[in-house]
Structures are given as structure tokens and as C-alpha cells.
Design a protein around this ligand. Structure first.
Ligand code: F6R
Length: 246
């Protein structure tokens, strides 16, 4: 089966960041109250830096936007410097005019994780769905914390990240033993319900996962390959990440 994923290969990380931020800028200019779907991790950092620049230098407005984040560690407070809430404040929310009450990141300290997931899905429904999800990609093909084997119909839920993911994420923690063993994540279906998806991947260490996502079978073995079923999905890649594509 041929993939429906659009692929755009650019020279380097900064060109990819400009292109990804440009998609959000175009959306916000067309629809100022757009619903943004956001990711954390190393890959989106330059994307957010470009969004902040567009806000500062070109007046890109977020005052009517709503933003939902893909995932959060279970057990970490939003003030913890490794929480995804902390990351979003640091890299985007504190530097643009988005209102705090319009930013939705799972509460990692929730007493009722299942209810937190149901509430997250309900909030997305209440605002009419996500217009544009920004995704990164795990070296094992994960999207958000949907690890290999994730059900294509899955919704937001509590998950246990794979050892490979925990190992990759441990680089951000002073002590690897501190990496939370559970997380809250948007499901594969929650992501596929978005009207538009842009996945960003940078570097040779993502090349194998990129090739499996785009040219491999559409299978839960590589959750990103499930994006092949989406009508408007683009992969923005640097040359290294695209190097194993035929
Ligand atoms: C984080 C997320 C994850 C990352 C992935 C890649 O919100 O959704 O799936 O996108 O683990 O992380 P980086 O960009 O650090 O390589």
C-alpha cells in the first residue's frame, strides 16, 4: 500500500523548524482561535523558538488560541523541571500571549489519572477538535507515549514507556532512576482525529524510524506508520533523518 504521508526534506534543523512554525503561523493567521496540538522533547525546541520569534518580530498572535499537549509524566508536578508543563512554559507559553487557561497539559500529579484522561478528551471535543498536531518521533517509532503495540483506536490513557524510551529520556534527568515509570498520553486515535498533523524528525538516529513510518507496513509495531491512514499528514525531515528513505 502506498503511503499517504507527504514528505518534505530540508537542509537542516533550522529550515525544518521554520517550516513547522510556518504551518502554525499560517493556521493562526487564518484562524486566530485555532486549537494547537503540541509536543515536547529536543525536536520541537527550535520550532518553538521560531514561533516565539514570529510572535515578537512579526506580531503572530496566540491570544485566542487553545493548546493541548500530547503527554506528561505521571507523578511530576508542573513545577518540576523535567515535567512537560515546565518545558512548555519555558519554551513557548511564557514568551507568547497565550492565556494560561487555554493551555492544556495533563496534570502529572492528578489523584485520578483515568479521570484526567477522560477530561482531556472531553476538553478537546468541547473546542471542536485539534486543528494541527505537532509530533516528534521516537527511535522505536513511538508518537507521544504510544509505544510499539499501541492500539490504533486508543484514546488518552496511562501508559508505561518502553525501556528504550525511558533510556532516551533519561538524558534529561540528573539521576536516571528519577525517570517516571508511567505517563499520561494522548492516544493514537486522539492524534489521528486532528485535522492536520506535522511530524518533525531530525538526525540520523531517527532515520530508521522515519523509513519504517513512511515506507513500512501500516502497523502498531511502528505507531508512526499509523499516520499513513491520515488525510493530511506531513513529515518535515532534515537530510539525516531522511537518509534511509528509498
Ligand atoms: C513528547 C513526545 C515524544 C517525543 C519523542 C522524540 O511530547 O511526544 O513522543 O516526540 O520521544 O523526542 P525527541 O524530540 O527528544 O527526540
Amino acid at each position: 500500500m502506498s503511503s499517504r504521508i507527504d514528505v518534505c526534506v530540508l537542509d537542516d534543523a533550522s529550515a525544518v523548524a521554520v517550516a513547522a512554525a510556518g504551518l502554525f503561523a499560517e493556521l493562526l493567521r487564518r484562524r486566530p482561535d485555532a486549537v494547537l496540538g503540541l509536543a515536547t522533547g529536543s525536536t520541537p525546541e527550535p520550532v518553538y523558538a521560531e514561533m516565539v520569534r514570529l510572535h515578537r518580530d512579526e506580531g503572530l498572535g496566540f491570544a485566542r488560541a487553545r493548546a493541548f499537549n500530547l503527554d506528561e509524566y505521571l507523578g511530576l508536578d508542573g513545577d518540576h523541571d523535567q515535567s512537560y508543563r515546565f518545558f512548555m512554559q519555558k519554551h513557548l507559553f511564557d514568551h507568547v500571549d497565550i492565556f494560561p487557561w487555554n493551555t492544556f497539559v495533563f496534570d502529572g500529579k492528578t489523584a485520578d489519572p483515568e479521570q484526567e484522561c477522560l477530561a482531556f478528551e472531553a476538553k478537546i471535543r468541547a473546542v471542536g477538535g485539534v486543528d494541527l498536531w505537532l509530533l516528534g518521533l521516537g527511535t522505536n517509532g513511538h508518537i507521544a507515549f504510544n509505544e510499539p503495540g499501541s492500539d490504533p483506536t486508543s484514546r488518552s490513557r496511562v501508559v508505561t514507556p518502553d525501556a528504550e524510551t525511558a533510556e532516551a529520556n533519561s538524558r534529561h534527568f540528573a539521576d536516571p532512576a528519577e525517570v517516571p515509570t508511567e505517563a499520561l498520553t494522548a492516544g493514537v486515535s486522539t492524534i489521528l482525529d486532528g485535522r492536520q498533523i506535522v511530524l518533525v524528525a531530525l538526525g540520523a538516529h531517527k532515520a530508521d524510524a522515519v523509513a519504517r513510518a513512511i515506507e513500512g507496513n501500516r502497523s502498531p509495531d511502528c505507531p508512526a506508520s499509523l499516520l499513513q491512514g491520515h488525510a493530511d499528514c506531513t513529515f518535515l525531515l532534515d537530510r539525516a533523518a531522511a537518509s534511509q528513505l528509498s
